[in-house]
Each structure stands twice: as C-alpha cells, then as structure tokens.
Design a protein around this ligand. Structure first.
Ligand SMILES: [Fe+2]
Length: 397
C-alpha cells in the first residue's frame, strides 16, 4: 500500500531524488532557492527571505495569494477537471467511519468505486482519519472487524492510499472504553499496523510534490486512564519544522484529522461557543506559523463532517466533505457523502473540488434521532425554498 514514506526529517526517502527536490523552483511567481542546495544554513535562508520580503508576512504563499482555485461540487459521476497545467490528481477521503451498522461498509465500497471511476484517475488517495468506527467505545473484536472492513475495501483502490489517524481510529482512549484500561493494544498501534503506517505521522513525495500526514490525536493520561486531546505536540512540531525544511522548494500539502481552522461556533451563530474547542488542535497557532514559514499550499482537514474552507496567510484550509456524511445516517447539515479531488499543477498551483457519489442511506429500525434530524432538515430546506421564491417574486408572502 505505502511506499517512500519517511518521518525522519534529515533523511528524505529514497524517492526524494534530485529530480523531485529541485535546487530552485518557481513558486508563486518567484524563484525560491533550496537552502540545502546552495549551502546556506536554514536559519540564514529564513533570515534572508524575511529581510528580502520585509517580514514573515511575505514568506511562503502570501507573496501571491492565488495559489489555489476551487470549483463547484461535482455531482456523482466520473468527470474530473483537468487542463494542460495538471501534473496529476489526488483525492482526500475523510471520516468514512466504516462499520456494518447502516451498511456503512457498503457505502464505503460505493465511494471506492467512485474514486476508481474518476477519469483521469487520481494517482494517490490521502485518508483523513476516522477510517474505522470505532475504537474508542467498542469491544476490541468489533474494532478489528471494522478495521478489516476498511482496509479490505480500501485495498480495492487502483492507486496507493495513505492512512491518517482520527480520534475514532484509536483503541480505548476514552472513559467509555470497553477494554481494560491496561490493555496493551490501547492507542494507535492497531490502526497503524493494519493500514501500514510507518509511524503516527510521516511524509512522502510524489511527482515533485511533498505530502505530510500529521497526527492530531495526542495521547494523555487522564483521571480515567489513557485519553487524548486534539494536539500536534512539541515533538511532532519539531519534526515538522525540519521535515518541511528538508523539502524546501517542493509544493507541499498537509493532512490532519482534527482541524487547524473550524468555525463551527460562528456557523451555528452560537455566542457561547469557544473559538478554541475540541474541533481544533489546541496548538494550532504554533502549527500555523511553521506552515506559513514554509509556504505550505493547503491543509486538508476532517473531523467536523461539515464543509469549510478558509484561506489565511497563503494557506488554504480545506475541510473535506465527509465520506459517511452523518455517520451513514443520511446527509449531515445538507452535505451528501463525498470527498475532495485535487489537481496538482506543474507550476505548483492547486485546483480542487468536491466530489459526491451515489449512496442512499440505510437507516436501522432504532435510528429515531436520525429520522427526526432528517425531517428537521427537510423542513428547513422547504422553508428556505419558500422564502427564496417570495424574494424573487415567484410567490406571495
Ligand atoms: Fe468523523
């Protein structure tokens, strides 16, 4: 499944050849020199750039904000946007929550078929976490079954895929665990082994682009035993600094499950909602400053199951459509099951769009809450249509 991955910052993997790590590349309309190639130290390189650009604000993509274009949602089908600038396509699938309940595993098979049908085909698939559902609250044998469902379906992809850990991909890091608090499998080991992840976070190169998979599930010792918080953590941040430094000059995309940006409080209009909550990593500022220094193109996020995108200081933060929508219980806030397809440009630009796939939800007899939520949503959409028709003069008040 995987190849050419590395979490060793000083030793880019074997595929990081001279061809993939050019001495200088045109990025955002300016030639950027690889600091390793011209013999400058990384610190000198940053200093020179900061002085030349008049400060950190001009590092990375901020020098030219047009680093990415986005496209509307593509309905189910196999049309893929491409042009002569496209070097290759890749896909981001997140929050698939594969399980037997509501026939989620059959829905995921539909998603895999949709990816395989894309033309031109993506050259790789980045998983965004919450791949299996779930390790936090289930017996170990059930979790093993869910992981098997996920990996066996994912292995039907016609292209390599890369795992990323979500909060539901870990065993027992919760007070509601159904395994003993001292179970040796508690944590990330099971999902990493099943999906072939070399470590909880890692990076790899493909076709001149650098990809970084981050781990946002930071294990902590809670009162109830092993738990987690959404955090990158000092050790991983230190690794990231020098991983990006070792690949300076390469257009880079990061993947993380819990987001750096998620404005769910603003979306809901909730004045009580805290900006920093469990929907974002708690060290997102430290993360953002590193990503901005290195001009990372985009951060692909998951966890909230709601479509969002923010462009800040040269970086596009894209929360992809959830593959499972409402955990296979219908659409979530109107969003259908889907994923994101991205086109990596030969000039380091990025183009992306949402891709839906065909799936009719399969509710269980006891899914009362889901039925109520779907009815509420239908009422809301009906009311929005009614108001719109009044506003355009097609209907009386
Ligand atoms: Fe999720």
């Amino acid at each position: 499944m995987k190849s050419n991955t590395s979490n060793t910052p000083t030793e880019p993997n074997a595929s990081s050849s001279a061809q993939e790590k050019p001495d200088s590349v045109v990025r955002d309309g300016a030639v950027q020199t690889n600091p390793q190639a011209d013999g400058n130290s990384r610190r000198d390189f940053l200093k020179k750039l900061a002085l030349g650009a008049g400060g950190l604000g001009l590092l990375g993509g901020a020098a030219n904000p047009v680093i990415a274009r986005k496209q509307p949602v593509m309905p189910a089908g196999n049309a893929t946007i491409t042009d002569e600038n496209t070097a290759f396509h890749f896909a981001h699938l997140t929050d698939m929550h594969v399980r037997r309940l509501r026939k989620g595993h059959e829905g995921y098979a539909q998603c895999i078929a949709s990816v395989n049908a894309l033309d031109p085909a993506p050259e790789l698939v980045l998983m965004g976490g919450d791949m299996a559902f779930d390790g936090l609250y289930n017996e170990k044998d059930d979790f093993i079954d869910m992981i098997d469902l996920f990996t066996s379906a994912s292995n039907q992809l016609n292209m390599p895929w890369y795992g990323c850990i979500g909060n539901h991909d870990v065993l027992g890091l919760s007070a509601r665990r159904k395994v003993p608090a001292d179970d040796p499998d508690i944590g990330k080991g099971m999902i990493m082994e099943a999906t072939g992840m070399p470590s909880p976070y890692y990076s790899f190169n493909h076709n001149g682009w650098h990809f970084v998979v981050l781990d946002t599930i930071h294990q902590v010792q809670a009162e109830h035993g092993p738990g987690y918080v959404g955090r990158i953590g000092e050790e991983q941040l230190e690794w990231l600094r020098f991983d990006l430094g070792a690949h300076a000059g390469m257009p880079t995309v990061c993947v993380m499950h819990i987001a750096a940006f998620c404005n769910t409080g603003q979306i809901s209009g909730d004045p009580e909602a805290r900006a920093m909550n469990h929907m974002v990593v708690d060290d997102n500022r430290a993360l953002r400053e590193i990503l901005e220094r290195h001009g990372v193109k985009a951060v692909l996020q998951g966890h909230s199951h709601q479509i969002e995108d923010y462009y800040y200081n040269g970086i596009w933060y894209i929360t992809s459509q959830s593959v499972s929508a409402a955990w296979w219980g219908g659409n979530w806030r109107g969003f259908k099951p889907g994923y994101t397809v991205l086109a990596a440009g030969k000039d380091g630009s990025l183009n992306w769009w949402r891709q839906e796939f065909e799936w009719e939800h399969q509710l269980e007899p006891g899914d009362t809450l889901e039925r109520e939520r779907m009815a509420e949503r239908a009422d809301f959409e009906r009311e929005q249509r009614r108001l719109y028709e009044i506003e355009i003069g097609r209907r009386q008040r």
